[in-house]
Design a binder for this molecule. Structure first.
Ligand code: NAP
Length: 280
């Protein structure tokens, strides 16, 4: 029987998941489909029913449903709880299980640097869902301390959650930000600021001169692929990773779950090539 996978969101036409997963399904020669479906909030319960009754074999969930879907799952795993949002649904028997593969996706995208980042300081820019996933990743990396910098410090405070190794600051407070960047072995750009028209001004306001050589700067925004931040950090000779690597790895983690396969059994390079081609 053909296995049906979907990504839901509202709107959904912009999603790159069908390109990525379509490439994987073709490379694996699976009898499966992966489609984008526009779902509005009141349709979510009946959508989850399609997974529960076996009509769908798995799903990705994107904006604006990642938080609302949590309460509709029969179970959510530790990563989804840490982020407070679900981006992947799978089926165990008749139970719908929610996870958040952004955590493992970002963690895996940093694989070449895992040893260098353990015990070091990390700076996260932003305080939304992607920043929450970034906190979980820094903890998994064994970072000794984390600074969360948001334009509104009050929004970063809940992510720090009163823990002594986490600190919330305002992006506008240049001195503490420069001090945090100077200590950082890892910077995760997890805000949407580098996506839009304000990208240049956002980057110009960051005290990037404080960053030491060998700092790893990873960008979560993938549209554009080479953001103003990555361009500025490349010019300084820093190690940069663009947002497509996390996108590929979170997609691969979802597929691994649905198919019951390990990551090294998946055609990740075919997914990466398809994604890069779509973003050209
Ligand atoms: P979100 O929950 O809407 O959070 C966006 C964050 O960006 C908020 O903290 C927001 O601050 C901040 N922000 C927006 N414009 C800003 C500006 N001009 N200056 C400073 N901060 C600004 O979104 P999200 O889910 O965390 O996603 C953030 C970005 O990561 C998006 O571009 C998304 O596409 C990307 N992402 C990529 C992947 C991947 O696989 N590569 C995965 C997840 C997300 P306020 O609260 O003050 O508005």
């Amino acid at each position: 029987m053909t296995r049906r996978f979907v990504v839901i969101g509202h709107p959904i036409a912009h999603s790159l998941s069908p390109v990525m997963h379509g490439a994987a399904i073709a490379a694996l020669g699976l009898d499966a489909t992966y489609e984008a479906r526009d779902v509005v909030p009141h349709e979510l319960p009946s959508f989850v029913g399609e997974l529960r009754d076996g009509a769908l074999a798995g799903a990705n969930v994107t904006i604006p449903h990642k938080v609302a879907i949590v309460s509709l799952c029969d179970r959510v795993d530790a990563d989804a709880r840490a982020v407070g949002a679900v981006n992947t649904l799978s089926v165990e028997g008749s139970r719908v299980v929610g996870t958040n593969t952004d955590v493992v996706g970002l963690f895996t995208s940093l694989a070449a640097h895992h040893d260098a980042l353990a015990g070091r300081h990390a700076v996260i820019l932003g305080a939304g869902g992607a920043a929450r996933a970034s906190v979980a990743v820094c903890e998994r990396l064994g970072c000794a301390s984390i600074t969360i910098a948001a334009r509104d410090r009050d929004k970063a405070l809940p992510l720090a959650d009163g823990r002594p190794s986490l600190c919330a600051i305002s992006l506008l407070d240049r001195e503490p930000l420069a001090e945090a960047l100077a200590r950082a072995a890892l910077v995760i750009q997890a805000s949407s600021a580098t996506m839009g028209l304000e990208a240049d001004a956002f980057v110009a306001a960051l005290p990037l001169e404080a960053l030491a050589a060998h700092t790893v700067v990873t960008e979560l925004v993938y549209r554009p692929r080479r953001t103003a931040l990555l361009a500025a950090c490349e010019a300084r000779g820093l190690i940069t990773i663009d947002g497509t690597e996390m996108l590929v790895q979170q997609g691969a983690a979802a597929l691994a779950r649905w198919l019951g396969r390990s990551l090294d059994e998946l055609p990740i390079e075919a997914m990466r090539v398809a994604l890069h081609h779509a973003l050209r």
